[in-house]
Ligand binder design. Sequence first.
Ligand code: NAP
Length: 252
Amino acid sequence: MKGGSADPDASSRPKLNGKIALVTGAGRGIGEEIALSLGRAGAFVFLCARTESQLAKVENKIRRIGGRAESVTADVSRDDDVKALFETIKRRKKRLDILVNNAGVGHFGPIEDCTAAEFDEMMAVNARGVFICCREALRLMSPSRGGVIINIASVLGIKGYAGQIGYTASKHAVVGVTKALAAEVRSHNIYVSVILPGGVDTEMVRLSRPDLDRKSLLKPGDVAQAVMYLLSLSPRAWVDSIHIRRRGSEPF
Ligand code: NAP
């Protein structure tokens, strides 16, 4: 698997032709791989992040593999940006079938070094951003077509690690939002899941945990593969949460 790209066996790959998807935080790392997988499977993919140049590169990659994508620059912690993002999707495609809430930030270190501004930023992007995007997405999803929302939390959505207090709080909130929303839309043909990955080899981990051996980390494609698994489930089955850990790391 080159560069961590998820390219599961074509026979088990979901067919997403005609589906409209949005991936937040699609400019690099895990979000980029999820967007590529969705594009490869035939979905039209809206790509969102704050850095236009990174989105343009991902959009070009999707085009080169024969997919279709469109970039929308937006900060998911800013209400006006999110409103404009969903207005663009409505204007361009009238509906949304798949939302992957992947945008996230992390500030790591002991509690005495964690500023309130850093804590607030993690809650605003990782937790509040997921809530607002879910709310706006539901307005574009219809019970007749159905819809899927996949939130990328972290193993820290259920565990607590030293030096990651604000990040852990924000990812627990993502799990909470997912659970409550899944219950709220259960009769609307809309299905909500959370993926909880352990350490993944991306810029976030390279900057925050330079001590980790990169060879031991998951690849972004491992998370993309879990997203594609959820989208390939039969109409009878749904999976509420997927916990992906590094082999050799602590189970459960
Ligand atoms: P990354 O390489 O830093 O990528 C994060 C992406 O999110 C970038 O495209 C970034 O683009 C975007 N983003 C950040 N803040 C944003 C905002 N306010 N509005 C819109 N987009 C924003 O990180 P990653 O490792 O791929 O992480 C992706 C997700 O997986 C995050 O939610 C992270 O918490 C989660 N996760 C990561 C790991 C890991 O070990 N790497 C493990 C478990 C879970 P801009 O900066 O241009 O906006």
